[in-house]
Design a protein around this ligand. Structure first.
Ligand code: NDP
Length: 490
């Protein structure tokens, strides 16, 4: 029986692969994950170490005495993680490693594809140059097998293919990657030089998966389900944010344009919950883009905090380049743990990424059952930008959604409300949600969506209900742009 050390099991990719390894091989896994208990149930075959691969002692102890340790690190692995793994490998003479994510820059690392014992896989999601350099400098023999995005210079027979076509994009390549991890662990011969093609349908969605947290492209963790505050102010805002925090919601979304940051700040203080346990999101309004640095300071003062966890540019209007560079500075100054955008279509998003130093961690866009943003989702995944939904219950259109037969039938089947079905659907798609309600019961209801699972067929049926066109935020339409200007006070 093989023992797999899985480092970086916190994120979506890591946990999908851990699950597949358990289901499809008989290996024993030690998974290193932050807040591990949220995502895993320990068993005879799965031991979870609560922490990441920064825990050198546990890492070395787990590797000790194994004659073949299979070790995977996934996602946005940090240079220190890579260094710790390399050190532990050397100390324990581990002979086989699957690196995922840390060896991102294929063209910058001398690569041997000669079937040595060590194998590195990179899903191509978030390449980390520093981690890659640590591995390149380690002196270890390693081989990179790089599925995921196509990059020039990769030998043809080492490209993952799907129905004869090169694999494209992270969305479709995760099942493929997981498949490859399973096969590498099951089949010794795969380490030799041979072509690798996938056997599973890459388009199949992962069944039954809803993460409680996601790791953003700068390595910080963000809850998947939170609370919105649009159109609430003063006492109502304060009371509802407090109710949400008391219902264990830890992600709160506000914006300068909502005029309620002060009340959100008050609620956080009143809750008595330590600031660092709350993931606080705010947005700079476009009428402040010429001096977004000052706008960030003003938001912090109103919120009564030294930092926000995520600061977004609210709309792609006005001088958003200047505003983005001011956000980059605020990020470097420690005033924002992550920075992102809102209402950016993929074209604007790619442009912003290409011509700036820091890529947005998040894009918050209108997303619900009628406006699913499937194309946008793929583009965002390709660029490592997390998809955060606003109006997940359709804002004013909720009643129509709640009455859909496809939704009411599922609500009955699972003993849930239509709102819960709609939220669960988006969570299983991997979309971050911030439903808003001013009613305590509904706030609790909206957060109670982690005890049931929609099947792949049900997910597919709900996917059919997409009407594609946004109702609220559509910066492609001049009329919507005009309206947006009036909405937020320009
Ligand atoms: P939502 O889709 O969250 O819908 C909110 C409406 O749904 C409210 O009328 C609420 O009523 C009702 N509701 C909530 N839960 C339930 C339930 N369980 N059963 C029945 N009705 C329910 O719309 P929002 O526009 O508020 O979007 C969510 C958040 O996204 C905002 O609050 C804001 O933080 C953010 N946002 C961001 C935008 C951007 O441009 N970046 C634009 C719009 C929103 P009630 O309060 O009476 O319970």
């Amino acid at each position: 029986m093989k023992h797999v050390l899985f480092l970086g099991a916190t994120g979506t990719a890591g946990s999908v692969i851990v699950r597949d390894l358990l289901e499809r091989t008989d290996c024993i896994i030690t998974a290193f994950a932050r807040h591990a208990s949220q995502n895993y149930h320990e068993s005879d075959r799965l031991k979870v170490v609560d922490g990441d691969a920064l825990v050198q002692t546990e890492l070395t102890a787990a590797m000790q005495g194994q004659d073949a340790v299979y070790c995977a690190i996934s996602g946005e692995s940090l240079p220190q993680v890579a260094a710790n793994i390399v050190a532990a490998m050397k100390a324990c003479q581990v002979r086989r490693v699957i690196f995922m994510g840390a060896v991102g820059i294929y063209n910058e690392i001398p690569v041997e594809i000669d079937g040595d014992d060590n194998v590195a896989i990179n899903p191509g999601q978030i390449p980390n140059r520093d981690a890659a350099a640590v591995i390149a400098d380690s002196g270890l023999d390693y081989t990179i097998l790089r599925p995921g995005y196509l990059q020039e210079g990769i030998p043809d027979d080492f490209i993952l293919t799907f129905k004869g076509e090169p694999a494209k994009g992270y969305t479709t390549s995760l099942p493929a990657l997981s498949d490859l991890a399973v096969r590498l662990i099951s089949d010794e011969k795969l380490y030799a030089k041979e072509s690798v093609s996938i056997t599973r349908d890459m388009t199949k969605r992962t069944e039954g998966f809803a993460m409680k947290a996601v790791t953003l492209n700068n390595g910080i963790e963000m809850p998947m389900l939170g609370f919105g505050t649009f159109l609430t102010s003063e006492e109502t805002c304060e009371q509802s944010v407090l109710a949400a925090l008391q219902a264990k919601v830890r992600l709160i979304d506000t914006a300068a344009a909502y005029g309620n940051e002060t009340f959100v700040g008050n609620a956080i203080k009143k809750s008595g919950i330590p600031r660092e346990e709350i993931f606080l999101v705010s947005k700079v309004n476009f009428d402040s883009y010429e001096d977004a640095g000052k706008a960030v300071d003003n938001s912090l003062a109103r919120l009564g905090t030294d930092y926000v966890d995520l600061m977004l540019l609210h709309w792609p209007f006005g001088n958003y380049y200047a505003a983005w560079r001011a956000l980059e500075k605020a990020y470097k100054d420690g005033k924002c743990r992550a920075i992102g955008v809102s209402n950016f279509d993929p074209d604007r998003l790619i442009d912003l990424i290409k011509f700036n130093e820091i890529a947005p961690a998040v894009n918050q866009i209108e997303t619900n059952i009628f406006v699913q943003r499937k194309t946008e989702h793929e583009w965002m995944e390709k660029y490592g930008v997390a998809h955060m939904a606003y109006a997940p219950l359709g804002q004013g259109h909720r009643n129509e959604m709640f009455e859909l037969q496809e939704v009411t039938e599922l609500a009955e089947k699972y003993g849930k409300t239509p709102a819960q079905i709609l939220l669960r659907y988006q969570l299983q798609r991997g979309v971050i949600l911030i439903p808003k309600s001013t009613h305590e019961e509904r706030i609790k209801e909206n957060f109670d969506v982690f005890d049931f699972t929609l099947t792949v067929k049900e997910m597919d049926d709900l996917a059919e209900l997409d009407r594609v066109t946004p109702q609220i935020g559509d910066p492609e339409k001049p009329e919507k742009v005009e309206t947006a200007m009036t909405w937020i006070g320009k």
